[in-house]
Design a protein around this ligand. Structure first.
Ligand SMILES: [Zn+2]
Length: 238
């Protein structure tokens, strides 16, 4: 009898330890080993080369699409979706005075790009990034209007400054490395801002290699809550 009890208990303990080993604890959205790579202002003629780099490394990113760039680039929008990336909204014109002119103009631009993306992909998304970041012109009235229209506003915590160092990759790479390290120290996930028109395939390749060597994991922003923005930044992970 005793033997049987011991046997049953050992089986129970074995199964218990196996099941715990098989199911790793899911990472929190703000886990410091996570990188959310975001690419703004596309699609354009450079998007394809960046998609090639992402594909090579099996990295998925989030593309904040500019409405005025959709026409003629529908194939790129479809490719972004087909290759498992997430598509999101970045307004229509990228003209600061037009977008932020009033809460109505901001909402209208987001709704316009939302509709265009729906027409091309069948995807309806409310994930949005306002041009130059939410601290560039969002008043409390803008926030309220965006919220009422159902948009979730995303900023970033790693600015690659690729649009400033367009010709030279080194400062872009070093800046991203430094910011990734700082966020890791702070125990928080990284959201990298880069641009379809400025990030070079070489710089993107180098950044991804750097991150993978350090066991970072790239994810899209799909299903991630709450949205990170300058007015509601994430707390460091426990
Ligand atoms: Zn932009």
């Amino acid at each position: 009898m005793m033997k049987r009890v011991i046997l049953l208990m050992s089986i129970f303990l074995l199964i218990n330890s196996l099941s715990q080993a098989a199911i790793p604890k899911p990472k929190a959205y703000n886990d410091r080993s996570l990188i959310y790579l975001t690419l703004d202002d596309g699609p354009n003629r450079k998007t394809g080369a960046l998609l090639d780099v992402l594909k090579k490394h099996r990295v998925k990113a989030t593309f904040f699409i500019l409405g005025k760039n959709i026409k003629g680039n529908e194939h790129l929008i479809r490719r972004i979706v087909a290759e498992g990336h997430l598509i999101a909204l970045h307004g229509m014109t990228h003209v600061r005075e037009e977008f932020y002119a009033s809460p109505i103009t901001a909402v209208r631009q987001m709704k316009d790009v939302q509709r265009l993306i729906y027409e091309v992909t069948g995807i309806h998304t409310n994930m949005a990034r306002t041009i130059y970041g939410s601290d560039a012109g969002m008043t409390p009235a803008h926030w309220q209007a965006m919220d009422e229209a159902g948009f979730e506003i995303w900023d970033w915590n790693v600015g690659s400054l690729d649009h400033i160092y367009k010709k030279d990759n080194d400062p872009i790479e070093q800046r991203v490395f430094n910011r990734l390290e700082a966020n890791y120290e702070m125990n928080i996930a990284s959201i990298i801002l880069a641009h379809d028109h400025s990030m070079t395939p070489k710089a993107l390749d180098t950044i991804i290699r750097y991150a993978k060597e350090r066991n970072y994991e790239f994810r899209t922003l799909e299903g991630v809550h709450p949205p990170y923005n300058f007015f509601n930044p994430w707390e460091p992970n426990e």
